[in-house]
Design a protein around this ligand. Structure first.
Ligand SMILES: O=C(O)c1cc(=O)[nH]c(=O)n1[C@@H]1O[C@H](COP(=O)(O)O)[C@@H](O)[C@H]1O
Length: 273
């Protein structure tokens, strides 16, 4: 998917919501456990109920890998279901990969070709030759971890390297990579006050912003500091949406939560026109 197609979808749906499909069999409604593929059944119900309210879905691969082959099959069925029924939706494989060049190439093939995701999250730590193999794919997007939402982000990412913080160095150096136009960045919603500085460095790039809902980040604060004229934000909520209810009404409850977030986003969108 091109960035322009993503922008068009945001304008049409008046939403820049990304729903995280982080499926935990201990948290989904227990009646689904008798189904042949409970993870896929859960995802399908959530997607059917919410696809008109969001522009992206982000399955975090850990939640699938944890269930072995069954989990991977459910991930494959989920991405195929999205690509066949909702090709306008932006899909994110939250896999946080990155390795030496030939290994990164294989990760990129796995997620961009075999599973046909639009994007993947990548850790920047191993540098240029670990990131560029992902960037080589046309109309696919590499979402680099810049400043993450967790407390551990302060261990390294905000430490000063030379004259500036490491996360700023990551952003600056990554802009010199081949095909850097395919880069997006992760900035945690819990670090909203850093977004003004980040926007100085990357005014136009899309940011994936997880951490609203369960982690306590504020959608309004993120928009205040992070929004650009194309919106430039994908705000993710996983647990806050998909586990709104653990009863039979779970998909309806998820849609109600997604609607709440979409409506807040619609208000924010009015501020940039
Ligand atoms: O890359 C991510 O998506 C990510 C980066 C980050 O800094 N913080 C973060 O929470 N995430 C992911 O975003 C999701 C957040 O889930 P909730 O806290 O349930 O909304 C999880 O899948 C996390 O792995």
């Amino acid at each position: 998917m091109t960035t322009q197609q993503l922008i068009n979808q945001i304008q049409k749906k008046k939403s820049f919501l990304c729903i995280g499909l982080d499926v935990d069999l201990n948290k989904i409604p227990q009646h689904l456990l008798t189904e042949e593929d409970p993870i896929f059944s859960f995802n399908k119900a959530i997607i059917d109920a919410t696809h008109h309210l969001c522009v992206a879905y982000k399955p975090n691969t850990a939640f699938y890998e944890a269930y072995g082959l069954k989990g991977w099959k459910a991930l494959e069925k989920t991405i195929n279901y999205l690509n066949q029924n909702h090709p306008e939706i932006f899909t994110i494989a939250d896999a946080k990969r990155g390795d030496i060049g030939n290994t990164s190439s294989m990760y990129a093939k796995a997620f961009f070709e075999d599973l046909a995701f639009d994007s993947i999250t990548v850790a920047p730590y191993m540098g240029k030759d670990s990131v560029e193999p992902f960037l080589a794919f046309k109309n696919k997007h590499t979402i680099l971890l810049a400043l993450t939402s967790n407390a551990g982000a302060f261990d390294f990412q905000t430490k000063t390297l030379g004259s500036q913080e490491l996360y700023k160095e990551v952003i600056k150096v990554s802009k010199t990579y081949k095909n850097s136009e395919n880069l997006m960045y992760v900035v945690g919603a819990t670090k909203a006050e850093y977004l003004a500085d980040i926007r100085q460095l990357i005014p136009n790039q899309f940011l994936l912003v997880p951490g609203v809902g369960a982690q306590g980040g504020s959608l309004q604060e993120v928009c205040k500091y992070g929004m650009n004229s194309n919106v430039g934000l994908l705000i993710n909520s996983s647990r806050g949406v998909i586990y709104a209810s653990d009863k039979k009404d779970f998909a309806i409850a998820a849609a109600a939560k997604a609607r709440e977030l979409q409506q807040e986003m619609e208000i924010q969108l009015k501020l940039i026109v």
